[in-house]
Design a binder for this molecule. Structure first.
Ligand code: AQP
Length: 323
């Protein structure tokens, strides 16, 4: 089994990124035959238009993944733009991709609805994502629920290329975790950087506590019993508290008579404990950026070796080499 996934360096990673995607990266690196994980800086260019900031987020993204447990001995970690084969493959795929397929993509439509200016890069984002996946013959792509549609688009693109030019690409499958496929943000919507509702993984405990205290709750009377599932505070608590604590919290909800302030306090405490170790580990990596750059260079070399074989296969299939 070959696993691949990417994450955009558009800002500090949040709980949605970790529990939806990164946690799967770490688990799968132990069982996959090959695992490829990359920082998607070319994708990030569709939103981050500041050179220094993009570089900073890119290196920070790699540091974050390492601190969270990505092991370069088990997985190939690299930066998207260090594998130019993928951009070449993207063009081959672009030529056969119907406009309608991209126009139906929810994340594109959402961004338009939020007033983001649409450029060709944002529109064609799923094609570059398809190239990212197909270039490594990936079977499994661990993601959050919001990315499943893009993986379907990738399958459509690969299927139509295979149909037209003969079997070239491996068909990938998306993989989501049932319990954290869609982590809610501080307003109850999907946690997302562009909604400004995130809890960042690496914020210090004090800042995080402040953000947790600001989480929006409903205004029902405090002595009323409540089903815990679907409540933002409880759903977030489930991610960072122990099994016993979660069971006790569920009982508290069902008994009623609690205050949201107490629950927020419990959530802040569980969060502080949950992230303490990785926050320390992050400081160690952040102090040696040259080591991280070496890991990325070695990763890029391995990734290019794989992607160049697949690119050649695709070029050969559609007749742009060997004339
Ligand atoms: N709230 C979430 N719940 C579960 N999974 C999530 N992911 C993102 N938000 C949630 C997953 O994280 C991985 C990286 O996604 P990305 O590269 O699209 O990162 P992002 O840009 O940080 O995601 P955002 O915050 O949601 O960004 P915008 O606001 O730009 O759309 C993916 O596997 C994603 O599913």
């Amino acid at each position: 089994m070959r696993v691949l996934s990417g994450i955009q360096p558009t800002g500090p990673f949040h709980w949605g990124n970790y529990f939806g995607a990164i946690q799967q990266y770490i688990e799968l690196q132990d069982v996959a035959d090959e695992a490829y994980y990359f920082i998607a800086n070319l994708h990030a260019l569709t939103t981050v238009r500041d050179k220094d900031l993009l570089k900073q987020y890119t290196l920070n993204g790699a540091i974050d993944l390492l601190a969270l447990g990505l092991n370069p001995e088990k997985a190939v970690l690299f930066i998207q733009s260090d594998v130019p084969e993928v951009s070449e493959l993207c063009w081959l795929l672009m030529t056969g991709t119907p406009m309608g397929l991209l126009e139906r993509c929810v994340s594109y439509k959402d961004k338009l609805a939020k007033g983001l200016k649409a450029d060709a890069g944002l529109f064609a984002y799923p094609v570059l994502q398809a190239a990212d996946i197909l270039a490594y013959d990936a079977d499994i792509v661990p993601v959050g629920e919001d990315q499943l549609q893009h993986i379907e688009v990738c399958r459509d693109i690969a299927g139509s290329f295979n149909h037209h030019f003969g079997e070239t690409f491996v068909m990938p499958k998306g993989k989501v975790l049932d319990q954290s496929a869609r982590v809610p943000g501080t307003d109850g919507e999907k946690m997302s950087k562009s909604y400004g509702n995130t809890l960042a993984v690496f914020d210090d405990a004090k800042k995080q506590r402040k953000q947790i205290m600001r989480i929006q709750t409903d205004s029902r009377p405090m002595d009323e019993a409540k089903e815990p599932d679907g409540d933002v505070l409880y759903d977030l608590y489930k991610l960072v508290a122990t099994e016993d604590e979660v069971a006790a919290m569920a009982a508290t909800y069902r008994a009623g008579g609690f205050g949201y302030g107490e629950i927020k306090k419990a959530l802040a405490e569980a969060s502080e404990r949950y992230w303490a170790e990785v926050r320390e580990r992050r400081e160690e990596y952040a102090a040696k950026p040259e080591v991280v750059r070496e890991i990325l260079a070695a990763g890029a070399e391995k990734a290019r070796a794989k992607a160049s074989v697949v690119l050649k296969r695709a070029q050969d299939a559609c007749g742009v080499i060997g004339y």
